[in-house]
Design a binder for this molecule. Structure first.
Ligand code: 8YV
Length: 330
């Protein structure tokens, strides 16, 4: 691709106006104005025509779609950090680069995790519902009693960028920080956060009060939190998931919450989005958010900037800064 040629970029979802304006300045950009997700056929058509596809988490880019890609499709510049919805093997076979937008959504996502860590034990959403429905008839000493957050132990599953940002916040709120990860983080980071590493996930689950899922979704993390692992948590335990729904067995979670085996959950992601397991919908001890952990205008604009920087690097013949495929180590 030469730097004088304006590549054809097809963007699958409506992005903030500021991102649209810049994309149109820089590229031959085909933008989505009505925000309806692309159908499988529309995605196939897009990869036939585009030099670069800009999808989001709602686009399943499977082998069938990648097979349909024209020779000119050089890159899938994902608008989002997670790329589990893209078939990497198929993309690799066709020499298609994949990039993502890490870093710029870390702090906003960690804020949202912290909001859930506070809101579930303090029954914030339940309290709001009660007030709106006329249930607040005056202060009572026993009304909407929650549980204290300070002093509890938080177990973070996945200590990457977002996990560490959650740890920093939790530490400041007086929670004990525990984590499970493939490898321990560096000693200075552990010291800064007062964090304890658990090589065995189940051992950690037995020792903590609140769990936050912050690892990526991979074949290895599918149903990582299954019925047996959920049963390792104490009955006052709370689970927070802002990563990917597939990491928790949603039916097992609904059962654990309904039966009192687990006290509460704060969920932002689901196994079959946008569908939610019906067993979760009526539970008062669960906060259900619509996949918004990174949803700030600032983060969306910065995600757009990252997409553009990656495409620009490709056009100029430089190494794309946020390359997922081929991996950075190659
Ligand atoms: C994004 C996310 O909003 O970046 C991710 O991986 O899960 C979300 O925070 C979404 O993926 C955009 O594609």
């Amino acid at each position: 691709m030469s730097s004088t040629h304006k590549p054809k970029i097809i963007v699958t979802r409506r992005l903030p106006d500021a991102v649209h304006a810049r994309l149109s300045d820089l590229f031959d950009a085909e933008l989505r104005l009505d925000d309806k997700p692309f159908s499988h056929d529309e995605l196939k058509d897009a990869v036939k025509r585009a030099d670069v596809l800009v999808p989001t988490v709602t686009d399943t880019i499977d082998a069938d779609i990648i097979d349909a890609a024209g020779k000119q499709l050089k890159m899938i510049a994902n608008f989002g950090a997670g790329t589990d919805h893209i078939d990497r093997k198929a993309a690799h076979a066709k020499n298609i680069l994949i990039t993502n937008t890490p870093g710029v959504l870390t702090e906003d996502t960690a804020d949202f995790v912290m909001a859930l860590i506070l809101a579930v034990p303090r029954r914030l959403v339940e309290a709001d519902r009660l007030t709106r429905s006329g249930g607040f008839t005056g202060w009572t000493p026993t009304g909407i009693l929650g549980h204290r957050v300070r002093g509890k132990k938080l177990g973070i599953v996945g200590m990457g960028r977002i996990g560490q940002a959650v740890a920093r916040r939790a530490h400041a709120f007086g929670l004990g920080v525990h984590y499970h990860n493939r490898h321990p983080v560096s000693a200075p980071i552990e010291n800064e956060l007062g964090a304890r590493y658990w090589p065995d996930l189940e051992d950690m689950l037995r020792a903590v009060d609140i769990v936050s899922i912050n690892c990526p979704f991979t074949p290895q993390t599918h149903h990582l939190m299954n019925a047996d692992r959920l049963a390792c948590l104490p009955t006052h335990g709370v689970i927070i998931n802002t990563s990917r729904g597939e990491i928790i067995d949603e039916a097992a979670l609904a059962h654990a919450l309904a039966s009192g085996q687990l006290a509460g959950a704060g969920l932002d992601v689901y196994e079959n989005e946008p569908d939610i397991h019906p067993g979760l919908l009526d539970l008062p001890n669960v906060i259900l958010a619509p996949h918004i952990a990174s949803a700030t205008l600032e983060s969306r604009i910065e995600m757009g900037e990252k997409v553009m920087i990656n495409i620009r690097a490709l056009v100029d013949g430089h190494r794309c800064p946020d390359r997922v495929l081929p991996p950075q180590s190659w």
